[in-house]
Design a protein around this ligand. Structure first.
Ligand SMILES: Nc1ncnc2c1ncn2[C@@H]1O[C@H](COP(=O)(O)OP(=O)(O)OP(=O)(O)O)[C@@H](O)[C@H]1O
Length: 264
């Protein structure tokens, strides 16, 4: 019997006033896949992410996950922190780091949710709390090593080169121990070398950390290189789904992108 998809979104709609930002979208992600969600500006991609990660409660539809231990749950109506605890982590279109904190501290914030000590033991600095805090520091450093940012460990986040700041966001998301990572335009603003490093990093995370990835991206070369499957939305509606080759040759997609460069 084949495994259940780790994410299954059925007939999802999000209506703002009269605007159908997401209109009856169905999408699934299987374990270990790298999947892209693409579409012209304003097509509804970020709104879709916001529904899946609990920022918005969808107007209609169901969002269901199957965790690596086989537990299924419906995410509709859950708060973002609860969805994060269930194993979905995301990054945002615009960098959202704690810019005055160090690189390590930014990752530790993501990691802290795994702390089991209560507030009282944190205040009293009990032995259990001190041990957990040390573990958070060690785990956070290990994550920075995996992402290739350990050389910046004590640097203030805002001092990092742009591409490294974007990777730090991924590190912070990874600190919450996700099985599914949602990346919203991870290559936005990157130069070609930073984009190449990002491609390598995403492939490495999938391979070594046993996670799946759903990404929104306008850089078609990156999308075509990384994705096994691509979903295309336009005006909130799903207009195509397929392999990179199928999507490249799809007439509806070419029409939606008319005037935009979809050559890999
Ligand atoms: N909170 C909101 N209230 C009202 N309208 C919204 C809201 N959020 C998004 N929209 C509208 O929904 C539509 C889809 O926006 P969304 O940001 O999801 O598109 P997108 O595909 O991510 O675009 P881009 O590629 O430019 O980031 C747009 O018309 C946008 O103006």
């Amino acid at each position: 019997m084949s495994e259940a998809p780790i994410l299954e979104v059925n007939d999802l709609s999000m209506v703002f006033g009269g605007l159908h930002a997401v209109d009856n979208v169905t999408l699934k992600i299987n374990k270990g896949e790298i999947v892209a969600l693409i579409g012209p500006n304003g097509a509804g991609k970020t709104t879709f992410f916001n529904c899946v990660t609990g920022v918005y409660v969808p107007t209609h539809g169901e969002i269901k996950i199957t965790t690596p231990d086989g537990n299924q749950s419906v995410l509709n109506g859950l708060k973002p922190n609860i969805i994060n605890e269930k194993g979905l982590a995301r990054t945002f279109q615009n960098i959202r780091l704690f810019s005055n904190m160090t690189v390590l501290e930014n990752v530790m914030i993501g990691r802290h949710q795994s702390l089991k000590s209560g507030i009282l033991s944190s205040v009293l600095r009990t032995k259990k709390n001190r041990i957990e805090e040390q573990k958070v520091i060690e785990d956070s450093y290990e994550i920075l090593k995996k992402i290739g940012l350990e050389m910046f460990v004590n640097e203030v986040a805002s001092n990092l080169p742009y591409g490294a700041q974007r990777r730090l966001e991924i590190a912070r998301a990874m600190a919450t121990n996700p099985f599914l990572l949602l990346l919203d335009e991870p290559a936005a603003g990157m130069n070609p070398q930073e984009t190449n490093e990002l491609v390598f990093l995403i492939q490495k995370l999938r391979k070594e950390e046993d996670i799946s990835i759903l990404l929104i991206e306008h850089d078609m070369s990156l999308v075509m290189t990384l994705s096994e499957r691509i979903y295309v939305v336009d005006y909130g509606k799903m207009i195509a789904e397929g392999s990179p080759l199928e999507i490249k040759n799809n007439k509806d997609v070419i029409k939606a992108y008319l005037g935009e460069d979809i050559d890999a």
